[in-house]
Design a binder for this molecule. Structure first.
Ligand SMILES: [Zn+2]
Length: 161
């Protein structure tokens, strides 16, 4: 991908995320690691990730053993995902994304479940948190940390905030 200045008003690969120079649609393969997830959890993921296609030239394909994204649903570990191609470097028998906030039962994903899925897939696609951008706004970090404290108990670790 070439990133550079352009006199044209046409969107370029630098301004349209994940749009290749050939206007190709990026196909991202994912799988559920081993027997991870109930049918409800898997259905929620399969449905919710289609939202990404509305904002980027991406399609997702569910495969047997994805080299890119392998999903687990471990409730005790919190949600996380390896970022971008980092997932490709993980061992094939290990998950690259954990969706702790997606419940084992229930029909259509609730807002928190949707948020969990879309957030972690954003990481898998190579996106970082807004506050990790060099263009970030200056925030009063002390005030943010204080917001997440209740008494002497910190609700989130500094890394999770
Ligand atoms: Zn995150």
């Amino acid at each position: 991908m070439v990133i550079g200045d352009s006199d044209s008003d046409e969107p370029t690969s630098a301004t349209v995320p994940f749009l290749s120079e050939e206007n190709e649609i990026l196909k991202v393969e994912y799988s559920f690691l081993g027997k991870s997830g109930t049918k409800a959890q898997r259905d929620k993921v399969n449905t919710v990730i289609k939202t990404w296609a509305l904002y980027a030239h991406i399609t997702f394909e569910l495969v047997e053993n994805s080299k890119m994204i392998r999903i687990t649903f471990k409730r005790s570990e919190g949600s996380s995902s390896l970022v971008g191609e980092g997932g490709m470097a993980a061992l094939a028998e290990e998950g690259t994304m954990n969706l702790a906030g997606v419940y084992e039962t229930g029909g259509i994903a609730k807002e928190l479940e949707r948020g969990d899925i879309l957030h972690e897939f954003g990481h898998a696609l190579g996106l970082l948190h807004e506050h990790q951008s060099p263009e970030r706004i200056k925030v009063n970090e002390k005030a943010v940390y204080k917001h997440f404290e209740v008494g002497r108990i910190r609700l989130l670790t500094l890394e999770r905030i």
